[in-house]
Design a protein around this ligand. Structure first.
Ligand code: SF4
Length: 473
């Protein structure tokens, strides 16, 4: 299939919308209407004096669809882009029989975008299904006081541990299996502690107060209890007196031990994640997660015994070999365990994942799974409190964090809504400097892979001076 952009500058949005209908399909991009042969989708703008004609034509096998609209020549580009996307949505819905509920919205933060748009306008102008607008409004309501509670000149710290015991087949993060990267871990921790120290210096010089801490990855509990303690020790370079939330993503149940949990708790972390992804053993095996549902339950109970009173559990809708019934059983079981937070992800078919190369068939049922999750979780007292979309997700769905009221993770809200500075350390970590009053955001990305991070560590250190520069402006 060739996707053609002719006579307009809306290629970015048009391509994203097109891909949201066909996540795993290979497409060729072109900027010439002359490439309109074979299977193609031609998006076109033709100016003609006082007016502009926008059109979309789709040819796929025997199928042929076309829509067009005429707007005045002085219509702003943003508005023309929206009109063209509406045509594209119509042509693709007609061909596929699918009507993505987020309409023509393709960004990762629909909640922010829909904050001030009523249901009717969202449906008419953006083709967003009313239940999605209501969901976005509810999330906004829950987030408002959390965002309002952010102390002035504060920041969150993200610490990246890009190692896992094995690599899951659907994973597209930079995480390395610890078997392959065993030789790097010691050096990595040395450098990471050094970078934590540099981040503490920079934050102090910029007059920033530490508000929340998040250890993610990867799987931080791939590290031994001793290694974790060493890392936690490095945090003492910060003033920890104002920390309101400290999360460690324990993640894979097969890495969780009492000793590690005790080390995490002793460091002051109150919130952890124990991530089943599914409670179905055969699906776990199919995705290469070498642990069982029984191990998840044991890890969860252990975390309770050690005294964690804020536990998150992640589930994924649309996993290979899973079906709607299987997903329901997983969700029901997790609800019975009653963690404070449950995050429901849609499987993202990113190109890097092995799975993407192996299975190009459409994964179905994710939308039904998410609808079930929404209803069941509401019945169990959970409310959605943050939401984001990823590209290429199964059935174009979203990832939603649910929480029992009062247990929402501050860090998750702050990072998704871009309302607080996040200083991130470690390989693949991305610092986001946010100046809310002046609406300025600047990103600083560390090198992606652990070996690059080690080889060019000075770059990560040098970048810390940009934190001070940003807040000096
Ligand atoms: S545990 Fe998470 S980060 Fe690690 S390989 Fe699996 S999906 Fe990727």
């Amino acid at each position: 299939m060739t996707l053609i952009f002719s006579g307009h500058p809306f290629a970015y949005e048009a391509e994203r919308l097109f891909r949201s209908f066909f996540p795993p399909v290979k497409i060729t991009l072109s900027h010439s209407a002359e490439d309109a042969c074979g299977d193609f989708c031609l998006t076109e703008r033709i100016r003609d004096g006082e007016s502009v004609t926008l059109s979309v034509e789709l040819r796929a096998g025997e199928h042929c669809g076309r829509r067009e609209t005429v707007v005045p020549a002085d219509t702003p580009d943003k508005e023309q882009e929206r009109e063209l996307c509406i045509l594209l949505y119509g042509v693709l819905s007609e061909y596929t029989g699918v009507m993505p509920p987020w309409g023509i919205l393709t960004g990762i933060r629909p909640v922010k975008l829909l904050a001030d748009i009523d249901e009717r306008t969202a449906a008419e102008r953006l083709l967003v299904a009313p239940e999605k607008t209501r969901l976005a409004h509810r999330i906004n309501e829950i987030q408002r006081p959390l965002i309002g509670s952010i102390p002035e000149r504060s920041f969150s710290l993200y610490v990246s541990i890009p190692f896992c015991p094995t690599r899951c087949s659907y994973c597209s993060f930079v995480s390395h299996s610890v078997d392959k990267a065993a030789g790097l871990v010691g050096d990595y921790l040395d450098r990471l502690c050094e970078e934590i120290g540099a981040a503490a210096e920079a934050a102090r010089a910029a007059g920033l107060r530490l508000d929340t801490i998040y250890f993610g990855g990867g799987t931080p509990t791939t590290l031994s209890a001793e290694q974790l303690k060493r890392l936690f020790g490095a945090l003492e370079r910060f003033d920890l007196s104002g920390v309101r939330e400290f999360t460690v993503e324990a993640g894979r149940p097969d890495t969780i031990t009492r000793e590690k949990l005790e080390a995490i708790k002793a460091a002051g972390a109150r919130r952890i994640s124990v991530n089943p992804q599914t409670m179905n053993d055969s699906v776990l095996e199919a995705i290469g997660r070498r642990h069982t549902a029984a191990q998840t339950e044991r890890a969860y109970e252990l975390a309770r015994e050690v005294g964690f009173d804020s536990i998150n559990m992640d589930l994924i809708a649309g996993l290979p070999t899973d079906d709607v019934e299987g997903f329901r059983r997983s969700l029901d079981r997790v609800c019975e365990l009653a963690p404070e937070n449950i995050t429901v992800h849609s499987l993202s078919l990113k190109r890097a994942a092995r799975l993407f190369r192996e299975r190009e068939s459409e994964l179905s049922g994710a939308f039904e799974m998410l609808s079930y999750a929404h209803e069941r979780l509401a019945a169990c007292g959970y409310e959605p409190y943050y939401l984001y979309r990823q590209k290429n997700t199964a059935d174009n769905c979203e990832n939603t964090g649910y929480a029992k009221r009062g247990t929402e993770s501050l860090y998750n809200v702050f990072i998704m809504e871009e309302v607080q500075t996040i200083i991130a350390v470690g390989a693949g970590a991305s610092t986001k400097l946010v100046d809310v009053p002046k609406k300025r955001i600047e990103r600083i990305s560390n090198l992606k892979y652990p070996y690059e991070y080690l080889d060019r560590f000075n770059e990560a250190l040098a970048a810390k001076s940009r934190i001070i520069g940003f807040f000096d402006k």
